[in-house]
Design a protein around this ligand. Structure first.
Ligand code: SF4
Length: 186
């Protein structure tokens, strides 16, 4: 089922972002892990390789996961929007709304116990989905939220987007601490 959905994503033309993409990026990792990490949208290298978080932000994400004994085989990594917006701009509301049909279906199929949204776009979208008010990435980083869903109890554990840590390394320890919390939830 998930494979079929990912095949649909790779050929999707539902919004104008398909016109400039090299590859759509459905996501990768272990869909049965119970943990889904969600970013905003693919960037340059993700578009080239068709994989999520493989550029500088991805290297920091990998290093931080490794720091608590996790890696890509122990989580599932994806984005709200599956094709790269030009110049890495933030996806528009329409693009996010149109593409969110896929992240919604992915979450239904994977039924995670923990979702870690990275940054404001993923955090805002996820909080709205579950009827929560998004306090902003700085306040939300490391706060744990429990919600009831059709597939059981879900913990939402937001973290800064790794790109924000690359811009502001002073927040590295706060960012790493959320992954320690994630490991403790498993
Ligand atoms: S961003 Fe999403 S909705 Fe738009 S073309 Fe890509 S997969 Fe389809």
């Amino acid at each position: 089922m998930l494979d079929n959905l990912h095949a649909q994503i790779t050929t999707c033309t539902n919004c104008s972002l398909h016109k400039l993409r090299t590859n759509a990026v459905p996501g990768e990792g272990n869909p049965k892990s119970g943990i889904v990490i969600i970013g905003e949208a693919p960037g340059h290298w993700e578009d080239v390789q068709g994989k999520p978080f493989v550029g500088r932000s991805g290297k920091l994400l990998d290093k931080t996961l490794n720091g608590v004994g996790l890696d890509r085989t122990k989580v599932f990594i994806t984005n709200i929007v599956k094709c790269r917006p030009p110049e890495n701009r933030r996806p528009s509301k329409d693009e996010t709304e149109t593409c969110s049909t896929y992240i919604n279906q992915q979450l239904e199929l994977m039924a995670p116990r923990v979702i870690m949204p990275l940054g404001n776009t993923a955090g805002e979208w996820l909080f709205k989905k579950y009827g929560l008010d998004w306090p902003g990435a700085t306040k939300a980083n490391g706060q744990s939220y429990e919600v009831s869903t059709l597939f059981g109890k879900l913990t939402i554990l937001p973290a800064f987007h790794p790109a924000a840590i690359l811009r502001n390394p002073n927040r590295t320890e706060d960012f790493q601490a959320v992954f320690t919390q994630l490991k403790a939830l498993i």
